[in-house]
Design a protein around this ligand. Structure first.
Ligand code: ADE
Length: 226
């Protein structure tokens, strides 16, 4: 079973996304366990300080090493983590193969940064992997952590009802998905491609493959050359 521990200053942000749909179903089925930890609970003074001014000056605050370190060490005392991941725009870009790999792990720890980042020594001492969800800057790592959790958890066998559906996703074979249709067969004069109504499985499979290839060539040619 996959267990994910998330270290954040804003645990309440996770309640909505983790409380509905696929993720909550995975948790209810006992296929994944998610725990959020408030870094502020590990602050060492009575003001519960977790950030401070950057040495050398500059805008914004920096998350202090001590509370984050104490939180990580407390969790590490209870179990061994396969990866301690920091969500940050300067990390490796998340893609399907990273998601596939992480979905096979047992214990993951995710650290969400805020303000101007976390003291570099936390990264040096504890972080085994840094992941970005795209080349843009979010106001914190929380939404990135949610994206990562969703991408990973839906891949765990048994989470999706249709066992094959995660495997037929866009990117799983380095191809985008073909277009899909449902009833009615004609909508505002636009017809569903007749082959899909033909009942000919072989022709349908071929059509889907062709469409996936064509769509990938048009929209994301880089995926084909990778
Ligand atoms: N924190 C802020 N921006 C981020 C990004 N693009 N990916 C991951 N974590 C982040």
């Amino acid at each position: 079973m996959l267990r994910i521990d998330i270290l954040t200053l804003f645990p309440e942000m996770f309640e909505g996304p983790f409380g509905s749909s696929i993720i909550s179903r995975a948790v209810k089925k006992g296929l994944a366990e998610l725990h959020t930890h408030n870094i502020r609970d590990y602050a060492f003074n009575k003001h519960r300080t977790v950030d401070d001014y950057p040495y050398g000056g500059g805008a914004g605050m920096v998350m202090m090493a001590e509370p984050v370190a104490t939180c990580i060490e407390t969790l590490q005392a209870a179990r061994t983590y396969d990866e301690v991941i920091f969500l940050t725009p300067d990390g490796d870009l998340l893609n399907q193969s990273v998601s596939n790999e992480l979905s096979t792990r047992e214990n993951l720890l995710l650290l969400c940064g805020h303000y101007k980042g976390v003291d570099e020594r936390v990264r040096e001492l504890f972080i085994t992997r840094e992941i970005s969800i795209g080349d843009y800057v979010l106001s914190g790592g929380e939404i990135a952590a949610m994206v990562l959790c969703d991408a990973i958890i839906r891949l765990i066998p048994g989470v999706l009802n249709d066992e094959t559906s995660a495997l037929s996703d866009s990117f799983q074979n380095q191809l985008l998905s073909p277009p899909v249709y449902t009833r009615p067969a004609v909508f505002r004069k636009l017809e569903v491609p007749p082959v899909l109504l033909s009942g000919n499985d072989k022709e349908i499979r071929k059509w889907k493959e062709d469409q996936a290839l064509q769509r990938t060539r048009q929209r994301r040619p880089g995926l084909l050359s990778d």
